[in-house]
Write a protein that binds this ligand. Structure first.
Ligand code: NAD
Length: 433
């Protein structure tokens, strides 16, 4: 980890950033400027003035996403503010482009006020085809996303919520296949009730998990409607309150240990371990338990400890262990698919379609305890997820430019492939390297 940090500092000082804006049209002579800029460009402005939807045809808007953050919860570093968030947002933009062919623009903003965040996104809408919210503290992030999902005319997505939920669902669907259980039957303990797990809980319910059989624990213990802080929750965090009411039908009380007792699966997204989840507690889960310990940089329990305690399938957020639950498998292709059909929104149905496609891809390659979710380097998965998302957007009536599965697969392969080829060419020319 330390070496990566040192390397990142050294390379950042050398390259001074990770992305740049480069023309994508030929410039051969001065005459070209008259087309790309004035006087020619005025014709485009007149056309877009007549019909603002043409901004998606005549500019890069069809493929442009703003990565908006207030820097209030950056990685595990806390509220470090918008400037300090910029390197992370640049990295995200790099992944957007390389994995999804999406032109993403980092946009850290100098406010911590949720109303202002909503307003800033509404104000920049004309410039973008979508917005990716990033690293915004909970519960503020729930409010901002809910408002923007309802009000914006372009898709707004919060990766820490929805990207995580998509990746977790994909891995869980396959983990349950490995242990021979069904999502609709299992008891699931959720450790942590922040940005990640509130979204995970909601998406799991939409995908068929039984709300009553989910037990959610936060830093104060298991959620249930008689918790002393319930009225406070209702006021300050209605999203968590709704979970306290909907889940845990048996009215279980206690902490993580009690939540795990007899559970078929635990999904932990709480705080860095190890030792947040103990081996003895995993031993008290049901037969063939599934353990997802997602805290970064150190999982709530080390994978080998979970295995020693009887876990059949273990997943973490890390690339150095098997089964990395990784948002990067989700957000580039979800946006690829959503942008290509000019979707008005990214619905829960589209997130579930993405997860099911990820799960199917891994299943086709052969599931095992150590392979329940595709690896980031399995490039063929991204266009497939884009196709699944695009088709679902059409089915759900949010797509403005309908397509077919094979149509979007081809298009996504082309767009993503073009980025790879361009980067290869720049590297071969010595312009990057
Ligand atoms: P958050 O701050 O929004 O929420 C954290 C939650 O954990 C809160 O509900 C808090 O009450 C709870 N918590 C803290 N300590 C606890 C404890 N000892 N016992 C029970 N609950 C406890 O954070 P978040 O965005 O939801 O992320 C949580 C963790 O999950 C982070 O470490 C993050 O890096 C990780 N994460 C991993 C992935 C991934 O691997 N793909 C994705 C998202 C988040």
């Amino acid at each position: 980890m330390v070496e990566y940090g040192e390397l990142a500092l050294k390379e950042a000082a050398r390259y001074r950033g990770k992305i740049q804006v480069l023309p994508k049209v030929p410039i051969r002579s001065l005459k070209d400027f008259a087309v790309w800029y004035t006087p020619g460009v005025a014709a485009l402005s007149r056309a877009v003035h007549e019909d603002s939807d043409l901004s998606f045809e005549y500019t890069w808007r069809w493929n442009a996403v703003a990565i908006v953050t207030d820097g209030s919860r950056v990685l595990g570093l806390g509220n470090i503010g918008p400037e300090a968030a910029l390197p992370v947002m640049e990295g995200k933009a790099l992944l957007f482009k390389y994995l999804g062919g999406v032109d993403a623009v980092p946009l850290p903003v100098a406010t911590q006020n949720p109303e202002e965040l909503v307003r800033v996104v509404r104000l920049v809408e004309p410039a973008f085809g979508g917005v990716n919210l990033e690293d915004i503290a909970s519960p503020k992030c729930f409010y901002v996303l809910e408002r923007l999902r309802a009000e914006a005319s372009i898709p707004v997505w919060h990766d820490d919520q929805q990207g995580t939920a998509g990746a977790v669902l994909a891995a869980l669907l396959n983990a349950l296949k490995v242990v021979g259980k069904r999502l609709s039957d299992v008891t699931i303990a959720l450790v942590g009730a922040g940005a990640a797990n509130v979204a995970v809980a909601n998406v799991l319910m939409r995908a068929g998990a039984r709300a009553g059989q989910m037990i959610v624990v936060d830093s104060k213990g298991i959620l249930h409607p008689e918790r002393p802080d319930i009225e406070d929750l209702k006021r300050r965090n209605p999203w968590k309150y709704r979970l306290a009411v909907a889940t845990n039908e048996e009215g279980r009380r206690g902490g993580i240990r009690e939540a795990l007792r007899g559970a078929d699966a635990v999904i932990a997204a709480s705080r860095p371990g190890p030792g947040v989840i103990r081996k003895e507690w995993v031993r008290e889960m049901s037969d063939d338990p599934v353990v997802f310990a997602l805290a970064n940089p150190v999982p709530e329990i080390w994978p080998w400890e979970a295995k020693e305690a009887g876990a059949r399938v273990v997943a973490t957020g890390r690339s150095d262990f098997p089964n990395q639950v990784n948002n990067s498998l989700v957000f580039p292709s979800v946006f690829r698919g959503a942008l290509d059909v000019r979707s008005r929104a990214i619905t829960d149905g589209m997130i579930i379609a993405a997860a099911e496609e990820l799960a199917r891809f891994a299943e086709e390659r052969g599931l095992s305890e150590d392979y329940v979710i595709p690896r980031m380097t399995e490039w063929e998965v991204y266009p497939r997820v884009a196709a699944a998302v695009a088709v679902k957007a059409c089915e759900e009536g949010v797509a403005r430019k309908p397509t077919t599965w094979s149509g979007e697969l081809r298009r996504a392969q082309e767009v993503i492939g073009a980025t790879r080829r361009a980067l290869d060419a720049l590297m071969r020319q010595g312009l990057i390297g």
